[in-house]
Design a protein around this ligand. Structure first.
Ligand code: DOR
Length: 452
C-alpha cells in the first residue's frame, strides 16, 4: 500500500549518514511522496502537504528485526502474523524476517509463498521469510532461495523448538555449497547437547539451562560453521551470540580478506539486558531460551563486542510460547520469549544509560541489517529510499507491561520494567501506522522486502 499525498516530517532530528558512511544527527525535514523519500533539507514547506510534527523527536531509518518467530502456519495458538506484526509496529519495527520452524517447516518455495500470501493480508509491516535448510532440500537451496519474499536461509545446528536440524558436516557443506544468499545459523552443537542433557538428571531446574547448553556447546558450533563458511566462501550470519568465548574468537576470526562481511553476527536485547542467576531466580522458565541467558561476565563481553563492532546486528529472537506452556516443569517448558515489541524501548533505555549511542543503535538495526542482507532501498534516510521511519522520543519514560504486549502470548520478561526512551511514530512506506501508542492506520498492510 503506497500513500500518494505529500507528507513532511518537520522539526525533528534525523540520524543520517553521508557518502562516506559517517553517521550524524542533524535538524532536517523530510518530504515523502509515493511511499519514498523525496527531499531531505532544512525548513521544507509545501502548501498541501500533510505535516507530521517531530519536534523534540529523533527520526531514525525504519528499524528492522532480522529474527522473529511468528508461528504461522500451524502454531497460531502462540502467535500469528497479525499479532506478531502488530507488536512489531507498536515497538517501532518497520520490517521483520521470520524464522522457518513453523508447522509445516518452511522448506519449499510453496511454504514461503503461503507465508507471503498470509502476510500480504495480515501483516502491519514489511516482511521477509527464511527458507529452513534440512537434509531433504540441501541441494535445492540455490533454486529455492530466490522465491520472492525469501530473506535468506536458516540452519539450526542444534535442536531447539521444532524439528529443523542440520547437524553433520556433510549436510552443512551441501547447504553452504548450494546458493549464494546469507545463511543465518543457530549455533549450538547437537552432539554435545545430547551428551550433556544428563546434567539435568539429579535436579532439573531452569537455572541449570546454561549449564546443560554450556559455553562450549555454543563455541564448538560457531567455530565449525565459520570454518565451513570460509572454506566455501558462503556468507553466514551467526545468530544470538551468548558467550565471551564466541565473541573473543570471532573478533580475531570473522574477517576474511577476499569477501567483505563473509561472517556477520547478531545479539539479542535480552542477552544484553538480563543475566543469570538473577533472571532465573526472578523469572523462572520465562527466562528460558536457546542459547541461554548467561552470567554478567558474558553479558559484559557481549557489550564490548557491540562496541568494537564484532557484533553487527541486534535482533529480538521474538519466540513466543503461551504462559500455560511456559508453566510446564523444566525442562518440558519450551524455550523462547517475546521480544519484537520491547527491543527498541530496551535499546533506547541503554542509550539513555550511555551503554549505547543512538548512532550505533541505528547501525545495528538499520544500516547493518540492510547491508548484510542486501535489502533494496532500506536502512538509510536517503533520497529515493523507501519512506520507512522509526521516530523516537529519547526522554519519554514508559513502563513495559504484559498488557501493552500485542503478541498472542501476551507476556514479556520485562513486565513492569521502566525505560527511558520509546517509539512515537512508526512510518512504513510513507504511512504512519502507529502514533503515540495508537494504531492509526488499521487497514495498512506491509509488503515483501526486496533484495538487490
Ligand atoms: O529459545 C528459542 N526459541 N530459541 C530458538 O532458537 C527457537 C525459539 C523458538 O522457536 O521457540
Amino acid at each position: 500500500m503506497v500513500v500518494s499525498m505529500k507528507t513532511i516530517l518537520k522539526n525533528g532530528y534525523c540520524v543520517i549518514s553521508d557518502d562516506k558512511n559517517q553517521t550524524s544527527i542533524s535538524p532536517l525535514d523530510i518530504s515523502i511522496e509515493n511511499g519514498r523519500i523525496l527531499e531531505i533539507s532544512q525548513n521544507l514547506e509545501s502548501p498541501n502537504a500533510k505535516i507530521i510534527d517531530c519536534k523534540n523527536l529523533m527520526i531514525l531509518p525504519g528499524l528492522i528485526d532480522t529474527q522473529v518467530h511468528f508461528r504461522e502456519p500451524g502454531l497460531t495458538h502462540k502467535e500469528d502474523l497479525h499479532h506478531g506484526s502488530l507488536g512489531a509496529i507498536f515497538g517501532g519495527i518497520t520490517a521483520f524476517f521470520e524464522m522457518p520452524n513453523t508447522k509445516p517447516n518452511t522448506i519449499t518455495p510453496a511454504d514461503i509463498q503461503n507465508k507471503v500470501s498470509i502476510a500480504e493480508k495480515n501483516s502491519f509491516c514489511d516482511f521477509g521469510f527464511f527458507l529452513g535448510a534440512c537434509a531433504e532440500n540441501r541441494s535445492l537451496i540455490a533454486e529455492y532461495e530466490n522465491t520472492p519474499g525469501c530473506c535468506g536461509v536458516k540452519i539450526f545446528m542444534g535442536s531447539s523448538t521444532g524439528s529443523l536440524l542440520v547437524d553433520n558436516d556433510e549436510d552443512l557443506e551441501a547447504v553452504l555449497k548450494s546458493g549464494v544468499r546469507r545463511v543465518s545459523v543457530h549455533c549450538e552443537d547437537e552432539k554435545r547437547l545430547i551428551e550433556r542433557k544428563s546434567t539435568l538428571n539429579s535436579n532439573p531446574n531452569v537455572s541449570l539451562h546454561p549449564l546443560w547448553r554450556d559455553e562450549e556447546t555454543a563455541l564448538i558450533a560457531t567455530q565449525r560453521i565459520v570454518t565451513l563458511a570460509k572454506r566455501h566462501k558462503r556468507k553466514i550470519h551467526v545468530l544470538h551470540l551468548t558467550t565471551k568465548q564466541e565473541v573473543l574468537w570471532l573478533k580475531d576470526n570473522k574477517h576474511h580478506n577476499e569477501i567483505e562481511d563473509l561472517i556477520t553476527c547478531e545479539v539479542t536485547p535480552q542477552h544484553l539486558t538480563l543475566a543469570a542467576p538473577d533472571c532465573y531466580d526472578q523469572l523462572g522458565t520465562l527466562a528460558q531460551m536457546n542459547p541461554p541467558i548467561r552470567n554478567q561476565d558474558h553479558q559484559d563481553e557481549l557489550w564490548k563486542a557491540v562496541h568494537n563492532k564484532t557484533i553487527d546486528v541486534v535482533g529480538s529472537d521474538h519466540a513466543p510460547h503461551t504462559l500455560q506452556e511456559k508453566s510446564n516443569p523444566y525442562p518440558s517448558s519450551p524455550s523462547g520469549m517475546t521480544g519484537v515489541q520491547t527491543t527498541v524501548p530496551l535499546l533506547l533505555d541503554h542509550v539513555h544509560n550511555k551503554r549505547l549511542t543512538l548512532e550505533r543503535l541505528v547501525d545495528l538495526m538499520a544500516h547493518r541489517p540492510a547491508k548484510i542482507f542486501n535489502m533494496k532501498d532500506r536502512g538509510h534516510i536517503q533520497k529515493g529510499f523507501l519512506a520507512n521511519f522509526t521516530v523516537v522520543d529519547l526522554k519519554k519514560e514508559m513502563t513495559i507491561t504484559n498488557e501493552w504486549i500485542k503478541s498472542k502470548s501476551q507476556w514479556t520478561p520485562f513486565h513492569n520494567k521502566k525505560v527511558i526512551g520509546c517509539p512515537i511514530h512508526t512510518i512504513i512506506n510513507g504511512e504512519p501506522v502507529v502514533s503515540y501508542n495508537q494504531l492509526v492506520s488499521p487497514e495498512f498492510r506491509g509488503r515483501a522486502v526486496e533484495f538487490n
